[in-house]
Write a protein that binds this ligand. Structure first.
Ligand SMILES: Cc1ncc(COP(=O)(O)O)c(C=O)c1O
Length: 403
């Protein structure tokens, strides 16, 4: 269900929605029913195994969920999409659906903290082992290979250093060794990077972020490009893992995400512009010792990012030297919020070392490049002059306190 409506551009594909066949409504309906009426024909279809197109029970699928999946498939350039209750449900469903006891995974050492915790401490209880390496270093990835290695996992833009892993060598390695290549694309979003076009097999999105775009919904998705995996892989994943796991997306959440997709390219374009402008502004500020933004030439993977992504993303981080100073800055901001999550139309900040990465031991945080004085920004769509003024005023409180 992924036919891209060629020759439409991403912006048009994002906005277009087919009218509701039952009513002609151009905004899709929300079906809250947990159960759907059988008739003899549907009964026979289900008995014959045609479960994908039939509505049965809310945990197994929902009409709005299918609309969102088909819509996202067009945006990702995917052969299929499976929606899930959250981004973490997408991560765990993909890992448990792909790997079994005795299998080995190689993962970048900088990933979202819950993903890292899950792979490091929970998946081993089920016999799934992970080696964490710097996946920007192809030799390190090759050195970690084992006969039991089944998959490679990385984030398109890694939280919170904004590290960008070169995808081409990993795709070549996956092809050479018959591995599955997974990419968590949450920090980029499909408006910045479409990893399936770069040889990735499965893309994971926390749709709670840029796809929803308004900080009002939790959801996730797995997008597939068939090749190393069969085209019906996500159908199987739905039935043998996600449905048993009990992690379907709720009807209203699917509806919000489907609506979010309509403005995704437009929002993200503005967010990327604001992120780039904020990165340059902060890099010039005397209270800031480091800025992490892939669009800046001082970013370690700037050349990789430039070659791989049409835009550099809406996420950045900067360092003010210590956790108390970071706290002073984020609590002095008036326009930007100090809150968890990212990707929405409002600019949001957090202190990653002691928020998202609190459960990660300090030495591991240091290895990931996470320092106590780091502030992460998810740039919103506000007027850039207002944002710069907000950050300038918040940073000035440091100088005032130290004067
Ligand atoms: C990169 C990344 N992946 C996955 C997740 C998990 O997503 P969710 O909160 O929707 O479960 C997050 C959440 O912040 C994230 O930042």
């Amino acid at each position: 269900m992924s036919e891209h409506p060629d020759p439409w551009s991403l912006a048009s594909a994002a906005v277009y929605q087919a009218p509701d066949p039952a009513t002609g409504a151009i905004a899709p309906p929300i079906h809250v029913s947990s159960s759907f009426q059988y008739d003899a024909e549907i009964y026979q279809e289900v008995v014959a195994g045609a479960r994908e197109t039939v509505n049965i029970y809310g945990r197994c699928g929902n009409p709005g969920e299918r609309l969102f999946q088909d819509h996202l498939a067009r945006i990702e350039g995917a052969d299929a999409v499976l929606a899930t209750a959250s981004g973490m449900a997408a991560v765990t469903t993909a890992i448990f659906g792909l790997l079994k006891q005795g299998d080995h995974l190689i993962c970048d050492w900088t990933t979202y903290s819950s993903t890292h915790e899950f792979l490091a401490h929970r998946a081993p209880d089920f016999g799934i082992e992970t080696t964490f390496v710097d996946m920007a270093d192809e030799a390190a990835v090759r050195a970690a290979l084992k006969p039991s290695t089944k998959a490679l996992y990385f984030e398109a833009i890694a939280n919170p250093t904004m590290k960008v892993v070169p995808i081409a060598p990993l795709a070549a390695l996956a092809e050479e060794k018959g591995l599955v290549l997974l990419c968590d694309n949450t920090f980029a979003s499909p408006a910045v990077l479409r990893p399936l076009e770069h040889g990735v097999d499965l893309v994971i999105e926390s749709a709670s972020k840029f796809i929803g775009g308004h900080n009002d919904v939790i959801g996730g998705a797995i997008a597939l490009k068939a090749g190393r995996l069969p085209v019906d892989f996500l159908d199987r994943l739905r039935w043998n893992t996600m449905v048993k796991w009990g992690a379907p997306i709720a009807p209203f959440s699917a509806w919000l995400l489907d609506r979010g997709l309509q403005t995704l390219p437009l929002r993200v374009e503005r967010q990327c512009e604001n992120a780039a402008a904020l990165a340059d502004f902060l890099a010039e500020h005397p209270a800031v010792s480091r800025v992490c933004y892939p669009g800046r030439p001082d970013h370690p993977q700037h050349a990789v990012a430039k070659a791989q992504m049409p835009r550099f993303g809406a996420m950045l981080a900067f360092d003010v030297g210590s956790e108390p100073r970071a706290l002073k800055v984020v609590t002095a901001l008036k326009l930007a919020s100090f809150a968890a999550s990212l990707g929405g139309v409002r600019t949001v900040t957090q202190i990653p070392g002691t928020m998202a990465f609190l459960d990660i031991p300090e030495e591991e945080r240091a290895r990931m490049g996470i320092t106590p004085g780091m502030v992460r920004i998810s740039a919103g769509i506000e007027a850039i002059e207002d944002l710069k003024a907000d950050f300038a005023a918040a940073l000035a409180t440091l100088e005032a306190a130290e004067a």
